[in-house]
Design a binder for this molecule. Structure first.
Ligand code: CP3
Length: 356
């Protein structure tokens, strides 16, 4: 058992072991967006508050983090927050609108816009509420706590587009049209993300996940040139802290070998690629997290079971698999399907030779 666990009295470390590709007693499972609108108790707690406002209150963030753990035996908690929380504290006027996502009042389009970002992020002055939630959670939890940040590309896409996009045309116009400004923006975001993640670890998170949700819009050559160096800097800048690092993106099948080179311990994949193919691309010496289609969880249980067992078959019992969805839980998901899914994964992967 790791030192971090002995200090806190936590018992379930199968998630942290799997992140290191160690043998585990059962395949660990948690869900991206495991706190959220599919839970009636979350909707009640949330009421009409804006998500950023909600996240600024540590008591509420702690409660939302704990809610899914009372419903099912997931093997990790993810801090309840949003990727735009630190961005809002970097001097950006951003709201997160229901059904739409982040909306930036005055999008970044020119070189002088980049100077509106205020690195380095002053953690204690601006996001102390996040660190406070982490400290409280570490006292309450019996499973590891995952911290997270948005990756520079995904954050840049919101800053430049001003909102969610399918084509990322303005982001790409900047990237191709003004390389200097692009790298300046990415460098500034990278410094802020690294400062933020290091502060989360110092406050007590036991693993970190970097969400590059929208990077799958790039081809491998552009990924290698415009994004990868920044991701390397983030993961190497976290290395001395000794916590597992997870690198997640959506639609990244053709980017996986490059993502492996960014240096995380675990690569998270969506459902558009078969898990065994994804793992072959990242290499079996690195862990993989995924990759059940979240939409499947709205189907009758028999269909969920069938698709989940297919994921487990493709993982083939290799150490280093963390079961998750390929993206976040959808609001219409029946709670019972997720509860049964956790039980199924644990039952079908029980390894009598390994004590937790
Ligand atoms: O996983 C968890 O349980 C932790 C909480 C979490 C939230 N946002 C809370 C939230 C996490 C990890 C995020 C990350 C996040 N936020 C990402 C990366 C992950 C991903 O989904 O790709 C992105 C792209 C965002 C930006 C964002 N925030 C979007 C696109 C939305 C959805 C807008 C909508 O209403 O459909 C949000 C709002 C948001 N953040 C919700 C939650 C639970 C939606 C529900 C709500 O408003 O309560």
């Amino acid at each position: 058992m790791s030192e971090q666990f002995e200090r806190s009295g936590q018992v379930n470390d199968r998630f942290l072991r799997a992140c290191r590709s160690f043998e585990v007693d059962r395949t660990p499972v948690w869900f991206m967006r495991q706190a959220g609108r599919y839970l009636p108790e979350y909707r009640a707690l949330r009421k009409d508050l804006g998500i950023l406002e909600f996240c600024r209150n540590p008591e509420r963030a702690v409660e939302a983090t704990l809610q899914p753990l009372r419903r099912m035996e997931v093997d990790a908690a993810i801090l309840f927050s949003d990727i735009m929380v630190p961005v809002a504290e970097m001097g950006v006027d951003v709201r997160v609108e229901p059904g739409l996502g982040p909306v930036v009042a005055d999008p970044f389009r020119s070189p002088k816009d980049v100077s509106r970002l205020r690195p380095p992020l002053e953690v204690e002055a601006s996001v102390s509420y996040v660190m406070e939630a982490i400290r409280v959670l570490r006292k309450e939890l019996t499973v590891p706590l995952i911290g997270f940040a948005g990756a520079p590309f995904t954050l840049a896409s919101y800053l430049v587009e001003g909102r969610a996009s399918r084509t990322f045309e303005r982001t790409k116009a900047l990237m191709y049209g003004d390389r200097r400004t692009w790298h300046h923006l990415m460098t500034s975001l990278t410094a802020n993300v690294l400062t933020y993640l290091r502060a989360e670890v110092e406050a007590g998170v036991q693993a970190v996940q970097v969400f590059d949700s929208w990077v799958g819009t790039l081809d491998p050559a552009d990924y290698a040139h415009f994004v990868l160096p920044h991701m390397r800097e983030i993961f190497s800048g976290l290395a001395d802290l000794g916590v597992p690092r997870i690198h997640f993106g959506v639609g990244t099948a053709e980017l996986l070998t490059l993502m492996r080179d960014a240096g995380a311990d675990v690569v998270g994949v969506d459902w558009r690629i078969l898990l065994n193919d994804a793992w072959e691309r990242v290499g079996f010496d690195v862990g993989v997290q995924g990759n059940l289609d979240p939409a499947v969880c709205l189907a009758p249980w028999e269909a969920v079971e069938l698709k989940a067992l297919a994921v487990l078959r493709r993982a083939a019992g290799r150490p280093g698999h963390i079961f998750n969805l390929g993206h976040g839980v959808l609001p219409g998901t029946p709670v019972e399907n997720l509860q049964r899914l956790v039980e199924l994964v644990h039952e079908r992967t029980a390894n009598p030779g390994e004590a937790s």
